[in-house]
Design a protein around this ligand. Structure first.
Ligand code: COA
Length: 394
């Protein structure tokens, strides 16, 4: 009999600063309703120069890892399109900061917002072959489009860490994936740029088309229909995107189930409304949001996951919640992280946006605080990135 493998624990992190998008709309001369209703975003994470994907990923992982987990780990997979080095993987930085054993594999994956899903599938397959071992998957990104650009309202930042294990306590990942890749110029970031280039309307069209195609193929392959999917987690470049995708097929469900799917869609969008786009972490932040914000979910519920990464690649699969899953979702911890963030004004956000330490040739210190209990990027020294992590937190 094949052992059940899936997500045992899930953790989250985002920077401690946040921007109100009604203020941003007013400053940019836009209607606030365009941002909050038309696009569906209320707030976005603001990234100070002592945060990056490594610090967010480490902070997310620290919230779930025990010493026993550390000993059971064979692999750390770090998915990101906001990597901090062209050669060295973010996973090696994270391994050291998380105090993980040396006898593990570490690797960084990139394919826009899709890479976290590839990592999760690799983890699932590895643990299926080695059921007494575990894999840590970290998905972390910073969505950065530039001041006063059309993409600015869809910026954000965050990390999700997932521990993949046999007999998981949160959700079993089914072996039912359908996937596709197709070269598309909807969003990309040339190697010499710190801000993405995007054709957001093309991206929306490709996302919708890939969802429709994969959902049809999924039904053909599994024999399941929309009434048998109890909720969805979508990749959310902005929250309206998921509604656009689901609206294409929602009529396939009966009336009561349509209401349930809409209720759960709102729950799955709640964190994204407050954090913004987290690229490859986004679909798993959507899952976390659904788990935290819908009390009607039950063990056995099958959740559809639609992962999309521009460029473009998509995958649709499902997972099922296991008995006791309610105890594994870090609802209180995530709400505390979001509620404790410090609101910054638009001028403060613009100053912070422009104070990133992007030049490795200059020795520099970030605004990291020695008293912080979080992992932080300390600055550049002779071309090396220096990090600080409070050891008593490990
Ligand atoms: N009240 C309510 N809704 C309003 C409004 C108002 N006053 N003004 C505009 N809207 C609606 C529009 O009707 C539109 O809704 P629709 O999409 O359902 O038709 C929505 O707000 C957005 O308006 P639009 O004119 O299309 O905005 P835009 O040209 O500024 O582009 C994005 C919006 C999201 C495409 C743009 O921010 C973007 O490209 N973001 C990046 C997305 C991305 O990164 N994708 C790929 C990586 S994952």
């Amino acid at each position: 009999m094949t052992v059940a493998v899936g997500i045992d624990k899930i953790g989250f992190d985002t920077p401690g600063l946040v921007l109100d998008l009604v203020s941003l709309a007013k400053q940019r001369g836009d209607e606030p309703d365009k941002y909050t209703i038309g696009i569906g975003q209320d707030q976005q994470a603001v990234v100070p120069n002592y945060e990056d994907v490594v610090t967010m990923g480490v902070n997310a992982a620290q919230s779930i890892l025990t010493d026993a987990d550390r000993q059971d780990l064979d692999m750390l997979i770090f998915a990101t399109e906001s990597g901090v080095d062209n050669s060295k993987s973010a996973a090696v930085f994270a391994q050291q900061l998380l105090d993980l054993p040396v006898n593990i594999r570490t690797i960084e994956l990139k394919q826009a917002c899709y890479a976290g899903t590839y990592g999760l599938m690799q983890a699932r397959d590895y643990v299926t072959l080695h059921p007494d071992r575990k894999v840590l998957v970290i998905a972390a990104d910073i969505a950065r489009y530039g001041l006063a650009t059309p993409g600015e309202v869809t910026q954000g930042a965050g990390a999700v860490a997932m521990l993949v294990a046999a007999n998981p306590r949160l959700a079993v990942i089914h072996d039912d994936s359908v996937f596709m890749s197709q070269d598309t110029p909807d969003f990309w970031r040339p190697i010499d740029r710190s801000q993405a280039l995007v054709d957001g309307h093309l991206s929306t069209d490709v996302y919708k088309a890939m969802f429709a195609k994969l959902w049809q193929r999924y039904q053909d392959q599994t024999g399941l229909d929309l009434n048998q999917i109890d909720g969805w987690a979508f990749h959310l470049p902005y929250t309206k995107m998921a509604k656009k995708a689901l609206d294409q097929v929602i009529d396939q469900a009966d009336d009561r189930h349509q209401d349930l799917l809409k209720q759960r869609l709102a729950a799955s969008q709640a964190y994204s409304r407050r954090v913004g786009n987290t690229y490859t972490a986004s679909v798993y932040m959507s899952l976390l949001s659904l788990l935290a914000n819908d009390d009607s979910l039950q063990a056995g519920d099958r959740l559809g996951i639609f992962s999309y990464g521009s460029g473009a690649e998509a995958e649709l699969f499902s997972l099922s919640l296991v008995p006791g899953f309610e105890d594994q979702g870090p609802k209180t911890a995530v709400n505390r992280i979001l509620d404790r963030r410090q609101l910054v004004s638009v001028p403060e956000y613009e100053r912070i946006f422009s104070s990133q330490l992007l030049d490795s040739t200059v020795n520099s210190r970030s605004a990291a605080s020695p008293r912080s209990l979080r992992a932080q990027f300390w600055g550049w020294q002779d071309g090396q990135r220096l990090y600080q992590v409070p050891k008593d937190e490990l």
